[in-house]
Design a protein around this ligand. Structure first.
Ligand SMILES: Cc1cc2nc3c(=O)[nH]c(=O)nc-3n(C[C@H](O)[C@H](O)[C@H](O)COP(=O)(O)OP(=O)(O)OC[C@H]3O[C@@H](n4cnc5c(N)ncnc54)[C@H](O)[C@@H]3O)c2cc1C
Length: 385
């Protein structure tokens, strides 16, 4: 078969969600990925209850957490100093993307999606995908879910992302003999990178340790990782360091053009404060598929983008507020006051916990933070010599 209703390019969380949702509505869908599954993806693998809710809604079943580690406690550090040990945190699931993505890919195939994994693309037009092996497929609607280095975004806008605003992360997998996952807490370190943070996520077979933040603010991210590994007592000599860009809140207000839609990282949909991207990839994939199906039902594929932007309204609003809050949370002027609040205020800690776990949205967080600004300002002024 060469003709489909929808071609989805990229089979990560966004692509699998889009393909599955459209197939469940009776649409013929081709799911293209240059990789064959299972494949790994550089990621902390923190899967929140927000992601879990979207996953259930899209795939019609709960996520398999049998190989994941679920933690309800979290240690927060600043510059190597313990800030707080939080107990009874809403569940945080630590997954390996190798497993998670392969399962989502299997759900998509079970929904009737046609498998074009392991297929390298040679050329794209507005309706046709050409493969290096000489084959081609076409559809009135394309969904680009091909990650931060999206070829679909490049085709539309000339570049996949803006180097001035993109984030970047480095990670290693520490084997159990160097960092026994059972004995170590789930840990987040503020100030391990500028406008970002460090993380240590203990899993069943390894601990994922990383640092990430705005690329422009961290010209030497390797030095930050080295410093962080030293703090954790890990030697980088035996570990493989991997890096990947992260569209840290730099989302596209118009994610596509007419019949071509971008979802997930390709559309820049990552939380600019927590770095969470899986949930927004799933949700945007679902919304993109819904918009595509409605445009096809109206026999007007070129209206897909308009419908998609309308569907993304709430998600975009959240990320816009988060981008403003980031200027308060990560800016050096406020850092000390905020860290002080973390140490003293149970309310601030609970809010962060709920934010990380995906239990609270940014409009509510904004109201709380704005309410505390006079307090932060007084503290900042008190510290000014
Ligand atoms: C270091 C780091 C740590 C992170 N930690 C977390 C975390 O703990 N929790 C969290 O929620 N988020 C985290 N994120 C963000 C999260 O990984 C992404 O937001 C999420 O994977 C986006 O999903 P996606 O489907 O849009 O893209 P991806 O998961 O990147 O999937 C894109 C797919 O497209 C395919 N593809 C790419 N190019 C082509 C091409 N030319 N042709 C065909 N196929 C192509 C790829 O093979 C891949 O399968 C992290 C990111 C980084 C970089």
């Amino acid at each position: 078969m060469t003709q489909f209703d929808i071609i989805v390019i990229g089979a990560g969380p966004a692509g699998c969600a889009a393909a599955t949702w459209a197939a469940k509505q009776g649409r013929s869908v081709a799911l293209v990925d240059k990789a064959s599954f299972p494949r790994s993806k550089l990621c902390g693998g923190l899967f929140t209850e927000r992601s879990r809710k979207y996953y259930r809604d899209i795939f019609g079943q709960d996520v398999d957490l049998s190989r994941a580690v679920t933690r309800t406690e979290l240690s927060l550090f600043h510059d190597g100093q313990l800030l707080a040990e939080l107990k009874d945190v809403p569940p945080l699931h630590l997954t390996m993307r190798l497993d998670l993505d392969a399962t989502m890919f299997a759900h998509a195939l079970a929904a009737g999606v046609e498998d074009f994994s392991g297929c390298a693309i040679s050329k794209l037009t507005d309706t046709t995908v050409f493969f290096r092996d000489g084959r081609h497929i076409y559809a009135p609607i394309l969904i680009g879910a091909d990650g931060v280095n999206s070829v679909v975004a490049k085709q539309l806008f000339g570049a996949a992302f803006d180097v001035a605003t993109i984030g970047f992360g480095l990670e290693i997998e520490a084997p159990p003999e160097t960092q026994n996952p059972i004995e170590h807490p789930l840990r987040i370190d503020f100030a391990a990178a500028e406008w970002g943070y460090g993380w240590s996520f203990p899993k069943t077979a390894s601990t994922t340790v990383g640092v990430g933040g705005l690329r422009a603010a961290n010209p030497d991210m390797k030095a930050h990782l080295q410093h962080y590994l030293n703090t954790l007592g890990l030697s980088k000599d035996t570990l493989t360091i991997k890096g990947h860009h992260l569209p840290f809140g730099d989302f596209r207000a118009r994610p596509g053009r007419a019949n071509i839609l971008l979802a997930g990282d390709a559309a820049g949909l990552v939380d600019p404060i927590t770095g969470e991207g899986i949930a927004f990839a799933l949700k945007s994939g679902q919304i993109a598929a819904q918009a595509a199906c409605e445009a096809l039902a109206a026999d007007a594929p070129s209206t897909a983008l308009k419908r998609y932007i309308f569907g993304l309204k709430e998600l975009h609003k959240n990320l816009r507020i988060a981008r403003i809050l980031r200027r308060i949370i990560f800016a050096p002027l406020w850092q000390k006051a905020l860290i002080g609040s973390f140490k003293r205020s149970g309310t601030v800690r609970t809010m962060y916990m709920r934010l990380l776990a995906g239990q609270v949205e940014y409009p509510e967080v904004a109201l709380r933070v704005v309410g505390r600004i006079p307090h932060y300002l007084m503290n900042a002024l008190r510290r000014t010599p």
